[in-house]
Write a protein that binds this ligand. Structure first.
Ligand SMILES: C[S@@+](CC[C@H](N)C(=O)[O-])C[C@H]1O[C@@H](n2cnc3c(N)ncnc32)[C@H](O)[C@@H]1O
Length: 342
């Protein structure tokens, strides 16, 4: 069975894809205008001003010490690009953009700050952070960010739990669980299911706290340690989740982690990979954008190509799979893989 989109969601994803398509079908002149307008709006503080709520053009220009006429022209470009909308005489981000900013870890200021690093990164290749460093560096970096990722991925996790259900009493293992947003959504939708999180000691309190908040603290347990190192029982788990972790690993280490997870999966169990996937043109643009984004906050992290993930899954005996688009603002998809012959 090849990759099939089993649930192209009718809600948020088309809005985002439409915005990408609108920009792609425009000429280079329009693309350059959108890019220059976004850069100028960032540098003058117009984007952060917009993120605080609806405001008139004159008010926005004055808050950013800009020319009112020029601000109106820049805003007009952003309106036609689907970034900003006008209600009466007040401008605000479109709901898709505002939602992405609100749910992004650190909110709008952190979102724009990272993209503003692009020229420096282009010249030097130097990232602003290292999210894929040594275990100690990863542990420090993620202990403070996984809560924000739970906000970003919360709705997508509920969607995945409903589109890829587990059976009552299933055992779920979440490798690099962070807050456990994915596995806890799965078990809270399923009677008697349990989740085991593998992550660093400093990160696991987020998992335990979320398990308590969603009311499954008595069905959630933890294994402290490096997911490359911890021993896992063979064929024990009905589902293993690898959510937003494989892109932290080199191709060799990602393939090894998939192989290790496969050995720990029950014969009729599945492996679920959540990440940014390439595919059609909007997906490829998102994949390239995410590679740049990751590059600016890591030493060597890169999103893998679906063809590579599927190849590593097949080598591990998981050659039946389907993919599920999980929609905006998370922008991630899930690959649910099973063994071909059970
Ligand atoms: C990008 S976060 C993803 C968290 C969660 N899976 C999610 O999607 O929200 C990566 C997670 O993997 C954990 N992690 C990274 N490298 C790890 C390793 N070698 N062993 C165990 N956990 C690791 C981090 O601590 C962090 O919680």
């Amino acid at each position: 069975m090849g990759v099939c989109r089993i649930c192209p969601l009718p809600t948020a994803m088309p809005e985002r894809d439409q915005m990408i398509n609108d920009v792609l079908v425009s000429g280079f002149f329009e693309l350059a205008a959108v890019s220059a307008s976004l850069t100028a709006a960032h540098e003058t503080g117009l984007l952060v001003a917009l993120s605080t709520g609806p405001a008139g053009g004159t008010e926005l220009a004055e808050r950013c010490t800009c020319s009112v006429a020029a601000a109106e022209q820049v805003l007009a470009v952003l309106v036609e690009a689907g970034v900003v909308q006008v209600d009466g005489d007040r401008y605000r981000f479109t709901s898709a953009v505002q939602s992405e900013l609100d749910k992004s870890p650190g909110g709008a200021p952190a979102y724009f700050r990272l993209w503003a690093h692009t020229p420096t990164y282009l010249r030097s290749g130097a990232p602003t952070a290292v999210m894929d460093g040594t275990p100690a560096e990863r542990s420090a970096a993620y202990s403070s960010t996984v809560g924000g990722l739970a906000d970003l991925f919360g709705d997508a996790a509920l969607t995945l739990a409903s589109f890829a259900p587990i059976r009552a009493g299933a055992r779920v293992l979440d490798l690099g669980a962070g807050s456990g947003v994915w596995s806890l959504a799965m078990i809270s939708a399923t009677p008697d299911a349990t989740a085991t999180a593998v992550d660093f000691e400093r990160v696991l309190p987020s998992f335990r706290a979320r398990a308590a908040i969603v009311g499954v603290g008595d069905r959630a347990e933890t294994i402290v340690g490096d997911y490359h190192e911890v021993a896992l029982d063979r064929n024990r788990y009905d589902r293993i989740v690898l959510a937003n972790v494989l892109h932290l690993e080199s191709p060799t280490d990602a393939a090894a982690l998939i192989s290790k997870a496969a050995s720990a999966t029950a014969s009729d169990g599945d492996l679920v990979i959540v990440d940014i996937f390439d595919g059609d043109r909007p997906a490829r643009l998102r994949h390239a954008a995410y590679a740049l984004h990751l590059g600016m906050r890591s030493a060597a992290a890169r999103p893998h190509r679906v063809a590579d993930l599927v190849g590593w899954l097949a080598e591990a005996g998981f050659d039946r799979y389907s993919s599920i688009d999980l929609g905006a603002p998370a922008g991630v998809s899930a690959l649910v893989a099973h063994r071909g012959v059970v």
